[in-house]
Design a protein around this ligand. Structure first.
Ligand code: NAG
Ligand code: NAG
Ligand code: MG
Length: 316
């Protein structure tokens, strides 16, 4: 009789501990960000719409990105993480698009614990501390992937990264087997750079001068033009394992922006401040934007960058 009583108590205790754990975790994830729904939303409909509404002049990006990301997210057993590289001139929207992606995939967007935004120039230019920087990066990446395999890494201005450190990254990009119990295959990597940008701009200029419509430029055609340039120009990608091992799934070119796109950016920026975008103000702001090349003045020199600063002068 006493034996049964003991057994019953032990059983009840076990049930209680089990329940409270599950309950605790349920409760915890209701109020704290966890590596699951509803914190990870992976909303491709939102991404498609968001790119259509908020990105100006980048049909190649708008048409290709949702498909690429959807393909990866819908694959229950990807062989490798999704690795994308964005190429284009300053202000064409590479960082902006990355931010929109974070908002469609994570409730917390850029502030998500599972989004690692790494501005390369601030961390990786120092050539004397290569070893140490590489180790820190390894540590950070392993910890991130251990916490959540669905991590999104964004490296900004990767052209400044020391090529030796870049090569260290390769193991994360094509590693099909779990290492130390960590799954490498669910992550997404985006590398932003200006390598190939000059070629992209030159080609776009030639086409537009020849009277072609911007939207008629295709991704395949663009790849033929830039594929050799993207990775062979001076900069981080040159002669790295990155290129030799072909770890990048897709290179997305960002086209240079024209007057109409800059006007859209100005409008959005003014509306964003709760003001009405009067044509007279837009015209004034536009006068302060520099267009290149000289004599043709077709492309905004720094895209939509600095628009926010310029409108400040006119709204006050
Ligand atoms: C996904 O995004 C679309 C567009 O923003 C929204 O209408 C829809 O409710 C979202 N779906 C989920 C499951 O949150
Ligand atoms: C996409 O989702 C974000 C975050 O939930 C929201 O702010 C944005 O309005 C949505 N975009 C569209 C086009 O519905
Ligand atoms: Mg940028």
């Amino acid at each position: 009789m006493i034996l049964y009583k003991h057994l019953a108590i032990i059983l009840l205790t076990l049930i209680f501990v089990y329940k409270s754990n599950a309950f605790g975790s349920y409760f915890y994830c209701k109020f704290n960000e966890c590596c699951e729904e509803p914190w990870i939303i992976n909303n491709i409909t939102n991404l498609t719409l968001s790119l259509k509404l908020n990105v100006f002049g980048q049909h190649l990006v708008q048409n290709s990105l949702p498909k690429l990301i959807k393909g990866h997210l819908n694959n229950p057993k990807p062989l490798k993480p999704l690795v994308l590289s964005f190429h284009g001139w300053t202000g064409t929207g590479k960082t902006w698009v990355s931010k929109l992606i974070t908002e469609s995939l994570y409730t917390e967007g850029l502030n998500s614990k599972f989004v690692k935004f790494i501005p390369v120039p601030h961390f990786f230019r120092d050539t004397l501390r290569t070893r140490e920087l590489a180790e820190n990066l390894h540590h950070k990446m392993m910890r991130s992937l251990e916490t959540c395999p669905h991590t999104l890494f964004i490296f900004e201005d990767i052209q400044y990264m020391n090529p030796r450190i870049l090569d260290e990254l390769v193991m994360y990009l094509n590693y099909p087997q779990p290492l130390a119990g960590i799954d490498f295959t669910k992550a997404i990597y985006i590398f932003l750079s200006n390598s190939g940008a000059t070629k992209i701009n030159d080609y776009a200029a030639e086409q537009f001068m020849g009277g072609r419509r911007r939207e008629s430029i295709s991704l395949g055609e663009m790849h033929q033009i830039i594929s050799d340039k993207i990775y062979s120009e001076d900069g981080a990608f040159k002669n790295t394992d990155f290129v030799k091992r072909q770890v990048i799934d897709a290179s997305i070119p960002f086209l240079p922006l024209e007057k109409g796109h800059i006007k859209d950016c100005i409008k959005r920026a003014i509306l964003g401040r709760g003001e009405f975008p009067y044509e007279s103000i837009i015209k004034k702001v536009l006068k302060d934007v520099r267009f290149v090349p000289e004599g043709i003045e077709r492309f905004a020199e720094v895209g939509c960058k600095r628009i926010d600063q310029i409108i400040t002068d006119y709204l006050e």
